[in-house]
Design a protein around this ligand. Structure first.
Ligand code: MG
Ligand code: MG
Length: 261
């Protein structure tokens, strides 16, 4: 069932997602060689709680932490660990969620740790651009497949592959609501986009093949060929005047300055 949000509900969605953006900005200050993904998790949890919200991922289907931290060949759902020390040249995809007054915010960004390989930097740039091309299609009267098609064709035409096993989603009082928003698909197909819908668009794009492996820890998803994967996610609302991005990379952009991908 797809829930259309009222103006009041949209305002709470905006606030929950705004806090995710601010948390990403806080994390950006700490992403450097030597930091562990568990340290980042603690920073995020404290920041979210200090701002009167609850980390949305903590305890979700038994997930043990507040962030998903996925390094290099890990696609999504990496578990923060004191043993995972970020190294110069790594990339780390950080997915963050909050619950504020019963509404969920959800956004992800792939960060560079120090200087990274130019080929990997291009993967990040194309994945982020694909996210915005998907958002441009999120218009009342179009269909989910229009978003999916835009993301897939852009990434594949640039030589990358699209993960099929995981998809974007509707969001609201629950983190995962209908509809599913795949990063592959056909124009004009899938559920109709209507004003008041909130969805997360989240391309997960691989530099190598599209196949993924689900690790024994029950959570981490990595590429089968162990080549790098990138993940960028925004939460958006469909409005009569067009797509409105509820989450925000502004805060992390401010911290990263000239190093923004
Ligand atoms: Mg997410
Ligand atoms: Mg999501």
């Amino acid at each position: 069932m797809i829930y259309l949000k009222t103006e009041e509900e949209l305002e709470w969605m905006r606030l929950a997602n705004h806090l995710v953006g601010k948390t990403q900005g806080e994390l950006a200050k700490h992403i450097q060689p030597g930091v562990t993904t568990l340290q980042l998790d603690k920073i995020a949890e404290e920041f979210i709680r200090d701002n009167g919200a609850i980390p949305a991922f903590l305890g979700y289907n038994g997930f043990p932490n507040s962030l998903c931290t996925s390094v290099n060949e890990q696609v999504v759902h990496g578990i923060p660990s004191a043993k995972t020390v970020l190294q110069e040249g790594d990339i780390v995809s950080i997915d963050c969620g909050t619950i504020l007054n019963g509404f969920v915010g959800d956004s992800a960004y792939t960060f560079c740790v120090g200087e990274i390989d130019t080929k990997v930097k291009r993967l990040l740039k194309i994945t982020k651009e694909a996210l915005y091309l998907g958002i441009q299609q999120a218009i009342e009267g179009r269909r989910v497949g229009d978003i999916s098609f835009a993301v897939q064709t852009y990434c594949e035409s640039n030589g990358y592959s699209v993960v099929r096993e995981l998809v974007g989603h509707g969001i609201g009082r629950e983190m995962h609501e209908d509809p599913e928003v795949p990063n592959y698909g056909r124009r004009g197909q899938g559920p109709l986009l209507r004003s008041g819908m909130c969805i997360c668009i989240e391309p997960m794009i691989n530099i190598g093949g599209r196949s993924v492996v689900f690790e024994q820890d029950g959570w981490t998803v990595r590429t089968k060929d162990r080549k790098c994967s990138a993940h960028f996610e925004h939460c958006i609302a469909i409005r009569p005047e067009g797509p409105q991005i509820l989450s925000s990379f502004e805060f992390l952009d401010e911290v990263l300055g000239n190093n923004v991908i």
